[in-house]
Design a protein around this ligand. Structure first.
Ligand SMILES: NC(=O)c1ccc[n+]([C@@H]2O[C@H](COP(=O)([O-])OP(=O)(O)OC[C@H]3O[C@@H](n4cnc5c(N)ncnc54)[C@H](OP(=O)(O)O)[C@@H]3O)[C@@H](O)[C@H]2O)c1
Length: 264
């Protein structure tokens, strides 16, 4: 495994560290810095200072966006270290201004799933990244979930779909549960049925069945599914969901632009 530095052991940083350690990472290869040293010691690791982050192949930065510049300015960076910031809205262009010229950078947008090793991690690389850097980054990110290399302009759509998506899906699942209760089921039974039904639906989709194929599979002529689907279409559920992703994506763009201004 590559030598790694991690700045920030808060919500995201500690969740990632736990995954890496559970996944068998050698603690001796990880140097962690955080204002709250007890968080690092709890994970049986030795805390480091920013000035001590030397000899690392990959430097992951998991601090709030407004702290990124300050922490990076204190690290004695090796020109070969690839810097991996995960701060929402801090673009490659902005990061380049904070770092020495030609520093390899991989901006990453993770989602909440990293806590379970089932995250989505969108990656955008700058032009100084070599294939060896990409291998080191992927080695470190893969225990956290699915990595996808994208153009930075697509990060807003990723934030909307993968970042906000779990919230949207929760609302849909809660509505299914409420429907079960309205039909006379207890809330416990209704919730259990939602979970089991969603889990089976996911397995079927993963097996290769298409979305529309699955819809036709459960739709008998003049049956219950077509009756229900007709109501969903009539009430514009599909359009509302598409619009919610578009609006969330636009909002991510606005917030990113505002942060760019704040950081100037
Ligand atoms: N949480 C998520 O699920 C998630 C998802 C996607 C992206 N992100 C991004 O991940 C980043 C971190 O988010 P978070 O929720 O994990 O934040 P957080 O809980 O506040 O963790 C950041 C940690 O870094 C420490 N820190 C800040 N400046 C420092 C410095 N100069 N030296 C040493 N330690 C320092 C903070 O200490 P203090 O408390 O003393 O400031 C804190 O313990 C953000 O930029 C966010 O946009 C998070």
């Amino acid at each position: 495994m590559s030598f790694m530095g991690l700045i920030g052991c808060g919500n995201l940083g500690s969740a990632m560290l736990e995954r890496w350690l559970e996944n068998g990472a050698d603690p001796k290869l990880i140097k962690v810095v955080d204002n709250h040293q007890e968080r690092i010691e709890q994970l049986k690791l030795k805390p480091y200072k920013l000035e001590e982050l030397t000899n690392v192949d990959v430097l992951v930065v998991a601090v709030k966006p407004w702290n990124v510049e300050e922490v990076l300015s204190k690290v004695p960076l090796d020109p070969e270290t690839i810097v991996v910031p995960m701060a929402a809205g801090v673009s490659l262009k902005k990061l380049a201004k904070m770092l020495p010229e030609k520093q390899p950078i991989c901006r990453v947008m993770p989602n909440i799933g990293v806590k379970l090793g089932q995250g989505v991690l969108a990656m955008a690389f700058n032009k100084y990244v070599q294939s060896s850097h990409k291998l080191s980054v992927k080695e470190i990110l893969e225990p956290l979930g699915k990595t996808i290399e994208l153009k930075e302009k697509d990060f807003n759509a990723v934030t909307a779909l993968a970042g906000s998506g779990p919230g949207f899906i929760s609302l849909i699942l809660e509505s299914l549960m409420m429907g079960g209760i309205a039909g006379g089921l207890s809330s416990d039974i209704s919730k259990e049925l939602v979970m089991q039904t969603v889990s089976a639906t996911m397995e079927l989709l993963k097996s290769g069945i298409g979305f529309d194929e699955l819809r036709f599979l459960v739709s008998s002529p003049a049956g219950t599914s077509v009756a229900g689907l007709e109501i969903l279409e009539k009430n514009g559920v599909r359009g509302s969901i598409i619009e919610s992703i578009k609006v969330a994506s636009e909002r991510a763009h606005q917030l990113g632009s505002a942060k760019e201004d704040d950081l100037d």
